[in-house]
Design a protein around this ligand. Structure first.
Ligand code: ADP
Ligand code: MG
Length: 604
């Protein structure tokens, strides 16, 4: 059944119910039933949460009425699962939390979803309003709506059952339109207990109309962009995750084909145009950015990841064209020569359409220069990926996983977190499909990957491959129980070097404790999943990695491959070590810390 079909059926059946009832107002609905009906009528299918007072019945009722409810182990992961669902499907999913602590647990991920631009609606059960407001000491009493305000696009409260359709419609519009993001809806126990006559509920019923409307940019901004591109000697398109959110892959691929423009994919935009496309500059990023003279930003912010559009990363005279749906994003770090404010699909359609009149082709010398630079780097990477060095590094372990990924790419979504496990995986594994890679995103956070994996598996029915470091996995590892309980086709792969960044740092003091960066090197992470009935594997050679990850993915069942890599594999802070201020004087500088080269294992 399609979503549209389901919505129509739902509204029609409610109307029919109303007719059957006629004036019989003795039949009532209650807030949990009504809320579930309204969410479903708005096309929301999936709810991820942790139940408890006062929303346990709401979850049971929603499930009974046909919503998919996934009982998670932590609210942060529940929000991440809903955010992944929203990112992939383009329609918000719901997170459900209990009052105070459950609600608070969800807030970091709520903010992350907003920062990243993923549509999600978090519904938080809360305690009796008037008791909370007079600070009488209510059970889990907290003014949640006001706390949530700084963590999402909008924080709303339903005080009256008859406002449920309005609250959901508001949430749909705010979460989905413009730059998508999170909406919080407070659902206090006094509202949970309210009832309404069925006929009145049906009469008040409505659903959000076009919550994610196209926003067509001004014609003159398109003309100005093409005029600037035609003057460029070394044009470059930077594709950001806004393009994935906009579902603009077809239009962007057409533009690349027609203009030969080289492109640099941001991490979560990988696959909008396949990484294997010869126009990709993924393997020669710094050369592409440093030399480009006109840059077309397509749904990518000039934030820290792009050095704020300033400094040595970029050509001194570079000019920017920026396509973004959010006008406030324009010129937030530097001047922009041509802003195009609108949605990417509309913008790219207009650009493509104008190419006949104003043809533009990227220069061949520029393209060849980039291709040569790419080829050199690819060769370097391949040597490391194919190395049979033991114990393994991130490179040869990921090189083995890549072989499995390439066989399944269309049907396999990747979620990826860690420091080196993130950076090296992004560089090594090519993405061919849009919205098939979910990672630490705009903030580079850890603890998102297992929640994303669950949301990705549930919302698509596709297989999911989680790749994380031992540190990243530890934040939200308990969600493997959810994967087993719901029999989701997720393979978890943890690259274990026994530490944060790497496992060989020494304690600089005399207390004999492990270093602050140390985790358990002689671990068996696969046993965490085995405890819940999933299948575990332990791999310590590239051959075992390929065979075991291959078998696990093929099985389509919850599975876990522990990949043991060298304790000295990895760099502190991964590829963003420059962001980590180093003490100029003091213990770290004066002390002897044994360091090994991650590639060769040699003592440095
Ligand atoms: P990345 O991290 O991949 O560089 P960012 O998250 O920094 O990407 O930037 C994505 C940008 O895309 C945001 O500024 C957001 O407003 C914008 N965006 C999101 N959806 C759309 C859309 N449908 N059309 C245009 N811009 C969009
Ligand atoms: Mg580690």
């Amino acid at each position: 059944m399609t979503e549209e079909h389901a919505d129509e059926t739902m509204v029609a059946s409610m109307r029919a119910d109303a007719e059957r009832q006629g004036a019989d107002d003795r039949k009532v609905t209650d807030a949990p039933h009504y809320l579930a009906r309204v969410l479903m009528a708005n096309g929301i299918r999936n709810m991820y949460g942790v139940v408890g007072i006062p929303v346990t019945d709401f979850a049971r009722i929603a499930q009974g009425m046909g919503m998919r409810f996934v009982g998670m182990r932590h609210e942060e992961d529940a929000v991440n699962a809903a955010a992944a669902d929203g990112f992939i499907t383009g329609r918000p999913a719901v997170t459900l939390t209990v009052s105070a602590p459950g609600f608070l647990n969800g807030l970091p991920a709520l903010l992350e979803a907003t920062v990243n631009g993923y549509p999600v609606i978090m519904i938080g059960g809360s305690s009796t309003r008037h008791v909370v407001d007079l600070e009488e000491g209510e059970y889990e009493g907290l003014d949640q709506m006001n706390y949530a305000k700084q963590f999402c696009k909008a924080s709303l409260r339903i005080d009256r059952i008859e406002d449920i359709p309005l609250a959901v419609a508001r949430a749909m519009h705010i979460a989905s339109s413009g730059r998508p993001g999170a909406v919080y809806i407070d659902f206090p126990d006094d509202t949970v207990a309210q009832t309404l006559s069925q006929s009145e509920a049906d009469r008040l019923m409505w659903t959000a109309t076009d919550p994610a409307p196209a926003m067509v940019p001004a014609r003159k901004s398109i003309d100005a962009a093409l005029a600037l591109l035609r003057q460029a000697e070394r044009p470059l398109m930077v594709i950001g995750k806004g393009a994935a959110i906009a579902r603009a892959e077809e239009e962007i691929r057409e533009f690349v084909k027609k203009t030969d423009i080289p492109f640099q994919p941001m991490s979560m935009a990988k696959g909008v145009v396949p990484d294997t496309d010869p126009h990709s500059t993924a393997s020669c990023r710094s050369i592409a950015l440093r030399n480009a003279d006109v840059v077309l930003l397509v749904g990518a912010r000039l934030n820290w990841m792009l050095s704020f559009g300033q400094g040595k990363t970029w050509n001194e005279h570079v000019k920017f064209i920026q396509i973004d749906i959010n006008p406030e994003e324009i010129e937030n770090t530097r001047s922009i020569d041509v802003p195009i404010v609108g949605d990417i699909r509309s913008a790219m359609t207009l650009l493509n359409g104008s190419l006949e009149e104003y043809p533009f082709k990227a220069d061949e010398t520029w393209l060849n220069m980039l291709k040569e630079a790419s080829a050199k780097n690819v060769a370097k990477f391949e040597t490391r990926e194919q190395s049979d060095q033991l114990p393994m590094s991130h490179f040869n372990a990921l090189g083995a996983i890549k072989k499995v990924y390439n066989k399944h790419h269309e049907d396999l979504i990747l979620t990826n977190e860690g420091a080196n496990s993130l950076d090296d995986c992004r560089n090594i594994i090519d993405m061919l499909e849009p919205r098939h890679r979910l990672d630490c995103g705009t903030w580079g956070v850890m603890g998102c990957g297992t929640g994303y994996a669950i949301g990705a598996a549930l919302s698509t029915g596709k297989k999911v491959l989680y790749i994380g470091g031992d540190s990243a996995f530890g934040f939200d590892g308990m969600e493997v129980e959810v994967a087993c309980r719901y029999q989701l086709p997720i393979t978890f792969v943890v690259l274990n070097n026994g530490g944060i960044y790497r496992g060989d740092f020494e304690n600089l003091g005399a207390d004999g404790d492990p270093s602050p960066l140390t985790l358990t090197y002689n671990a068996h992470y696969e046993k965490v999943l085995e405890a819940f009935g999933g299948k575990g594997y332990y791999a310590s050679t590239p051959e075992e990695v390929e065979r075991m990850v291959g078998e696990a993915v093929e099985s389509g069942k919850p599975s876990f491959v522990h990949v043991q890599i060298a304790q000295y594999a990895g760099k502190e802070s991964g590829n963003i070590g420059a962001l980590n201020p180093k003490p100029v004087v003091g213990a770290l500088v004066d002390s002897e810390v044994t360091m090994y080269d991650y590639a060769t294992g040699a003592r440095m």
